[in-house]
Write a protein that binds this ligand. Structure first.
Ligand SMILES: Cc1cc2nc3c(=O)[nH]c(=O)nc-3n(C[C@H](O)[C@H](O)[C@H](O)COP(=O)(O)O)c2cc1C
Length: 372
């Protein structure tokens, strides 16, 4: 697999681990992936739940948790590339962004269009930062709007872009019917995005790396993504069933024990569709049963916490801690493919072998066509 250059940052293995909340990818997983030459991503959403006493989750705990996990990841992977995933939908986006800026190599921003400078940082800090900015979006149209806005407003553009297709886990940037029909494949969206980035690459004089996510599970998938114009990939689901993933073993076993029909699209209480592994908790909320919500602060901007059927942050955190009775596991459409728990190193080795095999098969076919 070819390395990627993002400004002065050289990523040896073009594999970004997807940020997974709540507390599924924090310092343990992020540092393990970074130590393999990939990009380890700490998920910022709800991270303070791990640092709250007696469930008193507040914004202050979130900042404390985020700062502590960044420090731990840096200690565990002093030379690795570590970033964070910060969702625009979180109420403390601006504060988390300030912590991430200059302490991390990369900030991935999803769950909304990243078109505004966070208020906690100055114009100069934002524009000239060493930390790389990567918006996560789901269409070429959204990429065009983002790059055009940055060009006009900041006279700079994002350092790379994550294109996430409809097969991903977690909250998704598609309408439910688009997801179920898969109206456009990830590879089609990548090809369209490659086209719209050309004028920006010409104006700024460098390549804009595209990172493909959503349903990438094997080295063969990585090869296909690269063939369609991606420079790297972002993988979440594949890393859940590793020893280093920060979630409890019961969370990981949900993946291993699942079959394809258990992976379902749900309506999340925050108004977005999401993909998860069906369980009794989800069945009971789908049947209309409400779970009591104790909310100390509205951690998600769009959450109507007085009326939601359950607190999604709490349900995801419960699951990450192995309490599947009071929560559920977000998962990508390939989650059922997991058969065992492996080390992150084993996953990387497999991906490299599978990628090389896919590349060889492609070359052989190509040579054959040329010979004919
Ligand atoms: C368990 C789980 C939790 C996730 N949590 C988040 C999250 O909090 N914020 C976010 O932007 N994306 C989240 N995602 C999406 C991942 O960052 C990544 O983009 C996605 O998993 C890629 O698709 P894949 O799972 O098919 O590899 C989550 C995915 C999973 C599987």
């Amino acid at each position: 697999m070819k390395s990627i250059q993002i400004g002065d940052l050289k990523i040896k293995v073009p594999v970004f681990q997807g940020g997974m909340g709540v507390a599924v990818s924090i310092s343990g997983l992020a540092s393990a992936v970074a130590n393999q030459g990939g990009v380890g991503i700490i998920s910022a959403v709800g991270i303070g739940m791990k640092y709250s006493v007696k469930g008193r989750f507040t914004s202050a705990n979130n900042i404390k948790g985020f700062t502590t996990e960044i420090k731990k990841a840096r200690e565990l992977s002093p030379n690795g590339i570590i970033g964070a995933n910060i969702m625009l939908a979180v109420s403390d986006f601006d504060e988390l962004f300030k912590v991430a800026l200059n302490n991390l190599d990369i900030i991935i921003v999803g769950a909304g269009l990243f078109l505004k400078k966070p208020e906690t940082v100055t114009n100069d800090e934002f524009i000239y930062s060493k930390t790389k900015y990567i918006p996560k979006i789901s269409s070429a149209r959204a990429a065009l709007l983002t790059f055009k806005t940055w060009d006009q407003k900041f006279n700079r553009i994002p350092d790379a872009v994550v294109i996430e297709g409809s097969k991903a886990g977690g909250h998704l940037g598609f309408k439910k019917d688009e997801l179920l029909k898969e109206t456009k494949t990830l590879f089609e969206i990548i090809k369209e995005t490659r086209e719209i980035l050309i004028p920006f690459e010409q104006k700024y004089g460098h390549k804009i790396p595209i990172i493909a996510g959503g349903g990438i599970y094997s080295g063969n998938d990585i090869f296909e993504a690269v063939q369609s114009g991606a420079d790297g990939v972002k993988m979440g689901t594949r890393f859940v069933t590793t020893y280093e993933c920060d979630a409890d073993i019961k969370f990981k076993m949900e993946y291993i024990n699942s079959s394809a029909s258990d992976v379902v699209v749900i309506d999340s209480p925050v108004g977005l569709p999401g993909r998860a592994i069906n369980n009794d908790f989800l069945k009971s909320v789908t049947a209309g049963k409400k779970k009591p919500v104790k909310c100390l602060w509205k951690c998600l901007k769009t959450c109507d916490y007085k009326n939601v059927p359950y607190c999604i942050a709490e349900a995801l955190f419960n699951a990450a801690n192995g309490n599947m009775k009071d929560g559920f596991a977000f998962a990508g459409s390939n989650a059922y493919k997991a058969t065992k728990i492996e080390t992150v190193e084993e996953v990387f080795n497999q991906l490299k072998i599978q990628y090389a095999e896919a590349e060889n098969t492609y070359r052989l076919k190509d040579n054959l066509v040329q010979a004919i």
